[in-house]
Design a protein around this ligand. Sequence first.
Ligand code: ATP
Ligand code: MG
Length: 362
Amino acid sequence: MAQAQSTDPIIGQTFGNVIAKSLLGRGGMGAVYLGYHAGLDMKVAVKLLPDLFVGRAELVERFLREARLSGRLQHPNIVRTLDVGQSHGVYYLVMEYVEGVDAQKLLDREKRFTPMRAVNIAGFVARALGEAHEQDIMHRDIKPANILIARDGKVKVTDFGLARSLNNTATALTLSNQVVGTPNYMAPEQIKTTSVDMRVDIYALGVTLWQFLTGVLPFEGETPMAVLLNVVNEPLPMPEETFGPLPKELREAIVAMTAKDPRRRLPNIPAVLAVLKKARDALLHAGLNSTAPLTSAGQRPPVGETRDPVSGNSFGAPIPVPPKGAAAKGDHTTFTKPLGGIAAPKPAARPGSTPPRKPPTR
Ligand SMILES: Nc1ncnc2c1ncn2[C@@H]1O[C@H](COP(=O)(O)OP(=O)(O)OP(=O)(O)O)[C@@H](O)[C@H]1O
Ligand SMILES: [Mg+2]
């Protein structure tokens, strides 16, 4: 790994004011590097977009537009976009660096989360979505890998709007002939048409919550297309043996968030927060209030790594200097505190975007 890093030609290159220091991870839409921003004298994360963008003016244009839009988002549960540009023929996005771990890696390590921890993280993601939806910005790729858990316990959602740069994942699949994006979290209408609205984020959050509770993905298939077909056609399983004895409020929350028909799904984020709060209250009532990691007996979390992302303070050292733009607007210890920016429910639509889709044809 160390050898791979040292031979990585990206390391040491500059992207605008940022010098790439080390690889943080790779995803379907490029690679993310830890960088140092000389002007701001701070660590940042730089996302390099894949070659898929080269020579595709309309994709580049859409990417830049989405990046500018997401740059407007300022919320404690949203990773701040700081810059966007092109260097060495590569399009890049500079963002706030979140020192911690993403929820997918945490899941891989701990297998699954306690119901309270799962609901709490989902609640913070919902708050982030509430802020974005208020500004008519969809995420379109909500999944554990895009949910970062900082060392001090804050939950931050990254990659806002980026999936839209590729129009939608189904298009991306065709474009690149490989999996870009994640079919398992895609709402049926996202697969069947490009005409979607904010409810795709609600669906993806429901699947993410399901995965937090079970540690596995709901729709399986040998190929991405097989998964897509299952998403469209198969009901989301609710196996008692996988979930264990959960309050019905939590099951109902998941069912309401993941309805295949968007007209039957929870219509907006305030509605999602309401059902999550009900589920949280029911968990408290049932005494299922632990947010501790579900590690096997005697197995301790690795030193310096996250132990309880939601109650905070259980991590190794706290972050000495909070990242810029992450000013406290709300409390990161419980998502059920007053929501500040999240106002009354309103229909989801972005000016110039496609209208809510028609009912699916069967
Ligand atoms: N702002 C950030 N701060 C710290 N680490 C980050 C940041 N953004 C991403 N990462 C890390 O880099 C990894 C790769 O991110 P990336 O977005 O490329 O992949 P992904 O989320 O798995 O897939 P996708 O391309 O579909 O978003 C993440 O899983 C996360 O661990
Ligand atoms: Mg990502």
